[in-house]
Design a protein around this ligand. Structure first.
Ligand SMILES: [Zn+2]
Length: 486
């Protein structure tokens, strides 16, 4: 029998024990829950609302970019995997196989990613240069079996994502598109979720299995760890060759096209929680918050006349806010005190709380409280819709600015290997020269208790003249960010 989820407040501070704090916020704010199914999580309605908001935002962008949604099978034949050597090697440890019912049937995997199953179809669909570019996205679930212990939204055997898979006539178009899509991800994270992003190229070791190169968006959390929030790959021509995708050019000859793929997942929700949450619970950036404001009427059972007035004014306020396109709710449960309700809505991260009491009504006023900093202001009821809209915009910007200031203050440059571990211990994000060698990266990870290369920031990754690798002293290929990571 499962234990009941405790809905009382948090028992630990974010700064004291971030993993425990995170887990409590997710469970108690009812974003997600553990499941009896090992390695799997349940996304609850509030968590799914956030995912829906991300989907809505991104679908609107896809439409503008001329990218269509489609759906491909969950099952991938073993023979598909084997066609691209680098890909099969990269995913082998985490693939879950379906039990074969008969020996005549081909062995099937549950998709850990969909390149192979999609490209088998693309080979049939693409005939001529007129079919290019082919721009397709899929929203789906993904299964990666190596995960044993669930971290809600951050790691689980099954998760939700989108994966875009596009085909181009030339390498230039392909690479421009891969870069365009990673910039779309940066825009989504920054605009919608108020998450400051560093965008760059992954090292060879961290490049997607089978890709030519990989761009990533990295977000840096308050504990100093990076959370990779999305990747975009220039796949080169390897998959096209493996899956016999060809097109007839204007010269009437057969050509091999270039491919890109790009994806982000429900991890983005994990980043929102980790970055913006506080000791009272979740803090939702207004643009992604499904409910923007909650009205808490302050009533006394002993004064029925005053109570009726307060409730009537509160209902009117909800209607006025909705008319002004602000999703608001009225919490008129009479079994809970206002104080209890304040705590609950703070835990659930609603951006604005509006208190309406008998004294406020006497002056046609109400009190607005902003979730991110607790600031209060009394305003006239009729000004509430306009003021709430302004405060929501202000809060969105404040959350981004605060996070950005924190990340900027923690980014340092060093070429001293002894200092690297200490800087990582101090939650710093360290820009250092590196030789690009995979083994050298492994050594650094072991020496620094988990320090990994995150990305070569766009525009910031060129090595200085005659610079050498921070660890091995070989000539540096580039400057790259190091941090620990989720
Ligand atoms: Zn090196």
């Amino acid at each position: 029998m499962a234990e009941k989820t405790n809905t009382k407040g948090l028992t630990v501070k974010k700064s004291e024990d971030m993993p425990e704090w995170y887990s409590q916020v997710v469970l108690k704010s009812e974003l997600a829950d553990y499941s009896a199914v090992r390695g799997c999580a349940v996304i609850r309605p509030l968590g799914y609302d956030l995912w829906q908001g991300i989907m809505d935002y991104f679908n609107a962008r896809l439409k503008l970019l001329g990218i269509k949604n489609a759906y491909f099978p969950l099952f991938i034949p073993e023979s598909f995997f084997k066609r691209e050597a680098g890909h099969v090697e990269g995913f082998a440890p985490e693939v879950a196989w379906v039990e074969q019912k008969s020996k005549d049937e081909e062995k099937l995997a549950l998709r850990p990613t969909s390149e192979t199953v999609m490209y088998d179809s693309y080979a049939k669909w693409i005939r001529s240069h007129r079919d290019l570019p082919l721009l397709i996205n899929q929203w789906c679930n993904i299964v990666r079996w190596e995960v044993k212990d669930v971290k809600l939204f951050l790691r689980s055997r099954e998760f939700l994502w989108q994966e875009g898979h596009c085909v181009f006539a030339t390498e230039q178009e392909c690479d421009e598109h891969a870069l365009q899509m990673i910039k779309e991800y940066q825009r989504l994270a920054e605009e919608l979720l108020a998450i400051p992003i560093t965008t760059g190229l992954k090292s060879k070791k961290e490049t997607f299995a089978g890709a030519k190169h990989t761009y990533a968006i990295e977000a840096f959390m308050p504990d100093g760890k990076a959370l990779q929030c999305g990747t975009s790959h220039n796949l080169g021509q390897g998959f096209a060759k493996a899956f016999n995708i060809t097109y007839k050019g204007t010269d009437e000859q057969d050509h091999t096209p270039w491919q890109s793929s790009w994806g982000f997942s429900t991890r983005l929700i994990g980043a929102v929680i980790l970055l913006h949450g506080d000791d009272k619970g979740l803090v939702l950036p207004p643009r992604i918050a499904p409910t923007k404001a909650v009205i808490v009427p302050i009533t006394k059972a002993s004064d029925q006349a005053a109570t009726r007035k307060v409730l009537a004014a509160s209902r009117q306020l909800v209607a006025d806010l909705k008319r002004n396109d602000t999703e608001a709710i009225l919490d008129d449960r009479d079994e809970h005190s206002p104080g209890f309700k304040y705590n609950e809505w703070e835990l659930k991260g609603i951006p604005i709380r509006i208190e309406v009491g008998p004294k406020d009504i006497a002056t046609d006023s109400c009190v607005l409280v902003k979730r991110n900093d607790g600031t209060k202001q009394a305003i006239k009821l009729q000004e509430a819709p306009k003021t709430v809209t302004a405060l929501l915009g202000q809060m969105q910007q404040e959350l981004y600015d605060k996070a950005k200031k924190d990340v900027d203050s923690r980014q340092v440059t060093t070429n001293d290997y002894e200092a690297l571990t200490q800087l990582l211990d101090e939650r710093k994000i360290v820009l250092a020269h590196h030789c690009g060698d995979e083994e050298c990266e492994d050594h650094i990870k072991a020496d620094t208790n988990g320090g990994t290369t995150r990305c070569r920031p766009l525009g910031d990754g060129k090595p200085d003249k005659d610079a050498t690798c921070v660890r091995c002293g070989k000539p540096a290929k580039y400057k790259i960010l190091f941090s620990r990571n989720y």
